[in-house]
Design a protein around this ligand. Structure first.
Ligand code: HSE
Length: 426
């Protein structure tokens, strides 16, 4: 039987998970692929720490990534370093040398994917990145392969486990800071959680999914982004009472010759399949013209789930080498669909306004909504205390620009004390 040699760059959580699975299930993988997948080297700055994967791989470790990239016997390079530098230069060097590359690097693929895919095509190499979105969930392969005969019109993703965990804990009554502190102590949230809680991580993943679903370049910076730091346990409680869950959504839709792409917290109706995605779990929900609505669910992060996606891509890259059809799976951006500006996003809204409990207040607010053609779906007056009342409004779908103008006018109404929350609704 043939042997396909693999070089691994980065031996952190994801790299170690991939190595463990490739070794644990080596015999099955060999039968499924038709070749032995041999790890020929693992490069990491730390060549000493025992990763506790159950195998002694010390003989494979090197501090020199280029020694693996330049090794003519290595056919596939796995990149699990993360970030753009130096990962990009390693990936470029590997593709340039005609090697197939498997990566978990969402930031790299979101920012530099177009150029890297062009390089892969030019060199007839594979560039595979299933692990970059949704960890162990197959979400990229279904779009590329199983749904290839569909026109996909909508993506709704919960693609960040950290924020989903925080929102799930806040539902139990913890406030944001307490939930974050606990998540950090359990290792679910980074010490610097910015990328997750401010929605950057979801934004990169949405750029990747949008490019695959709509076959057009979607630049991460064109995606409207809002994180979860202003969400309160209070709003979660209200939303739950009204029959909604609050989730950080990565949503993109193709409509009217444009792509509307945004990452923001949203109230999701309890009956929507994505509302049931709790804790660190992820899901990608797709609406397409043939298969209809499909949803892919599972662990979005972690050593073995992410390692599973990497190892699966290594198996695919190895099969393509054996069949002599490398580079065939590259993402083709044959469309040129513009991304609509954030002001034109159309959403329903949940708005919590603290008002003075006096005659004419609701009329003044309704008047401002009416002036900007924002139609109201329901109004609930909640608590009244010390002359102040809390009013929760649900609006019908309205364009972002009109909503912002209405809110800015409402803020100036003398009877309005404050607008603590405004969350979009799907
Ligand atoms: N930080 C990500 C999350 C995992 O919390 O889901 C890696 O993509």
């Amino acid at each position: 039987m043939k042997t396909v040699n693999v070089g691994i760059l980065g031996f952190g959580t994801v790299g170690a998970g991939a190595v463990k699975l490739l070794l644990d299930n080596a015999e099955d993988i060999k039968q499924r692929v038709g070749a032995e997948l041999r790890i020929k080297g693992i490069a990491d700055l730390d060549t000493v720490t025992d990763r506790k994967i159950g195998y002694d791989v010390s003989g494979l470790l090197t501090g020199d990534a280029l020694s693996l990239i330049n090794d003519p016997d290595i056919h596939i390079i796995v990149e699990t370093i993360g970030g753009v530098k130096p990962a990009e230069s390693f990936v470029r060097a590997a593709l340039g040398a005609g090697k197939s590359v498997v990566t978990a690097n969402k930031m790299l693929i979101a920012k530099e994917g177009a150029g890297l895919m062009a390089l892969a095509r030019e060199k007839g190499a594979d560039l595979l990145f299933e692990a970059s979105v949704g960890g162990g969930i197959p979400s990229i392969d279904p779009i590329k392969n199983n749904l290839a005969a569909n026109r996909i019109n909508k993506i709704i993703g919960i693609v960040n486990g950290t924020t989903n965990y925080l929102l799930s804990e806040m539902k139990k009554g913890k406030n944001y800071s307490a939930a974050l502190k606990e998540a950090q102590s359990l290792g679910y949230a980074e010490q610097d959680p910015t990328s997750d809680v401010e929605g950057f991580d979801s934004m990169y993943k949405l750029a990747i999914l949008s490019r695959l679903c709509f076959n057009t370049e979607v630049c991460a910076d064109d995606i409207y982004r809002e994180g979860i730091t202003s969400i309160t346990d209070y709003d979660i409680k209200y939303a739950n009472e009204m029959g909604y869950q609050i989730r950080l959504l990565a949503m993109a839709e193709r409509t009217g010759g444009q792509i509307y792409a945004a990452v923001h917290p949203a109230l999701v109706p309890d009956e929507h399949p994505i509302a049931g995605v709790d804790g660190v779990m992820n899901a990608v929900f797709l609406s397409s013209d043939g298969a209809g609505d499909t949803m892919y669910y599972g662990a979005g992060a972690g050593s073995l789930p992410a390692g599973s996606a990497i190892a699966g891509d290594v198996a695919e890259a190895a099969r393509n080498i054996l069949r002599g059809c490398r580079g065939a799976g590259a993402v083709a951006c044959y469309n040129d669909i513009p991304v609509a500006p954030a002001e034109s996003l159309v959403r329903r809204n949940y708005i919590r306004i603290i008002v003075r409990d006096e005659a004419g207040c609701i009329a003044a607010i309704s008047g401002a909504f009416a002036r900007y053609a924002v139609s109201l779906e329901s109004i609930i007056q909640k608590n009244t205390k010390d002359g102040l009342a809390e009013v929760v409004w649900l609006t019908h779908a309205a364009e972002e620009e009109r909503m912002r103008k209405a809110l800015s006018e409402i803020e100036k109404i003398p009877l309005v004390d404050s607008i603590p929350s405004r969350i979009r609704v799907i």
